[in-house]
Design a protein around this ligand. Structure first.
Ligand code: GLA
Length: 458
């Protein structure tokens, strides 16, 4: 598993309407036929929100919606990118140094992240020349990881053009790192599941070292995704990075409180590992060591014995330099309790007691509450959607992905699915004006899909 590479599948393009359409559009755009195609899926996280960058495991599955890229390698060091969606303008470059503008999360920058990650891995300085046409059906800015799917797809495209080989794990690690060129300090969940997903199973993703374990979901229930239709692009605001920094600061203060060497500590998990205690015990340590009132930068400096300048330049990311309030207690409480819920979720799936669906639902409800109250990454529309889903029969419902907008995921007994979909549609979507995303992207049941692949025309 750890050394396995993404599969290459031979297909009759004519038998796959989406590939065929892409091939024809590619031909009219570039006047040639693609050499190969790559797909990388989006994902839904079932539980374990905002814990990956703290070192804790997450439990996502790939969705069937994906990013598809038709590719033709070219001899010149020129990259030409086009998108089937006219909202995303063409882009081309011959520059050998790939510039990624952190101030504007433009679509092609995500492609450049994947490309740059692979080029750097192999120490290549010349731009990998290619013509690419991108086609995506993951609703953007909806918490289903459309941007990471593009980074991963671009990484696998570049690898294939170069004729090199890497394992899925290596690809996931490279793409997780290179997506940070866009300016967000994300964890590795999205890229890992995009490469390591397998049809029919969710995955427990663990980090350092990265590995994925199958988690078989109960057969009596389905997971339903519903889009709040509030768009959230985590690279366009500082919400996401502020949370990452709050967790980093909480880890340092906890380590200092416990007389550990705190300056090298970056993740809340490291504190737990160094103390060798349980997550439940970490919650008690958090209560002793931190206070619920927000911390000012000055108080943090006093606690750590550093200057404001050192805090800004050595600990905080560039877009969080001017933050004046850090809620360390609440963020650490969320992370340690959420990390414990992930393990409980997996255990329940394995043991499969009679009330499995109800127990999983309860954990999902607790997760949403913690995201809403302790992590403050929800929004009124998501809270309302979660309430509606529960009212119409979901055993549990929660926001999924970074939050502040995007989708919810609900666990629904198979027997209730039809009425659930009809009622939620009526209660949430029919009530608002016609400006919402197309209905099929707004509310749908999903099954665990497969990971990134290369397609060759048979
Ligand atoms: C984004 C990040 C992930 C993860 C989630 C929140 O999707 O890219 O790494 O942190 O938010 O769980």
């Amino acid at each position: 598993m750890a050394t396995e590479s993404p599969a290459t599948r031979r297909v009759q393009v004519a038998e796959h309407p989406r590939l065929l359409k892409l091939k024809e559009m590619f031909n009219s755009k570039f006047g040639s036929i693609p050499k190969f195609y790559v797909r990388a899926p989006g994902r839904v996280n079932l539980i374990g929100e905002h814990v990956d960058y703290c070192g804790y495991s997450v439990l996502p599955m790939a969705v069937e919606q994906d990013l598809l890229i038709a590719v033709e390698p070219v001899k010149t060091c020129t990259l030409q990118l086009a998108n089937t969606n006219p909202l995303y303008p063409d882009f081309s470059t011959s520059a050998t140094t790939i510039q990624i503008d952190k101030t504007k999360p433009l679509w092609h920058n995500y492609f450049l992240c994947g490309l740059k990650g692979i080029q750097e891995h192999f120490g290549l300085s010349n731009l990998t020349g290619m013509n690419c046409l991108v086609d995506g059906n993951i609703p953007p800015s909806s918490g289903l990881s459309s941007s990471s799917a593009l980074v991963c797809c671009a990484g696998l495209v570049t690898l294939t053009v170069l004729g090199m080989n890497l394992s899925k794990v290596e690809l996931a690690e490279i793409c997780a790192k290179s997506e940070r060129y866009i300016g967000t300090e994300g964890g590795g969940m999205d890229q890992s599941i995009s490469f390591l997903a397998e049809e029919g199973t969710a995955k427990l993703i663990e980090f350092s070292p990265l590995r994925a374990t199958n988690v078989n979901l109960p057969s009596g229930a389905v997971f339903v995704i519903a889009n709040s239709c509030v768009e959230m692009n985590k690279a366009a605001t500082s919400h996401f990075n502020i949370r990452v920094m709050e967790c980093r600061l909480a880890a340092k203060l906890l380590a200092k409180y416990k007389s550990l060497q705190w300056d090298k500590v970056l993740q809340l998990e490291e504190v737990q590992a160094k103390l060798g205690i349980s997550l439940e015990e970490m919650l008690l340590v958090t209560e002793d060591a931190l206070h619920p009132e927000p911390y000012s930068p000055e108080e943090i400096c006093r606690c750590l014995g550093i200057t404001l300048e050192e805090l800004r330049t050595q600990i905080l990311s560039p877009n969080t330099h001017d933050v004046l309030i850090f809620k360390l207690y609440q963020r650490a409480k969320h992370v340690y309790s959420e990390a414990a819920r992930v393990l409980q979720f997996k255990k329940i799936c394995e043991e499969a007691p009679e009330n499995t669906v109800q127990l999983l639902g309860e954990l999902m409800n607790q997760s949403h509450m913690s995201c809403r109250d302790m992590y403050e990454c929800s929004c009124p529309e998501l809270d309302q959607l979660v309430d509606i889903c529960r009212k119409f029969g979901a055993e549990g419902s929660r926001l999924t992905g970074a939050g502040w907008g995007g989708c919810t995921v609900s666990i629904v007994a198979v027997d209730n699915l039809t009425s659930f979909l009809a009622n939620v549609h009526k209660a949430y979507y029919q009530r608002i004006d016609g400006s919402l995303a197309p209905e099929k992207h707004s509310l749908f049941a999903t099954k665990p899909g497969g990971g990134a692949l290369v397609f060759l025309e048979a």
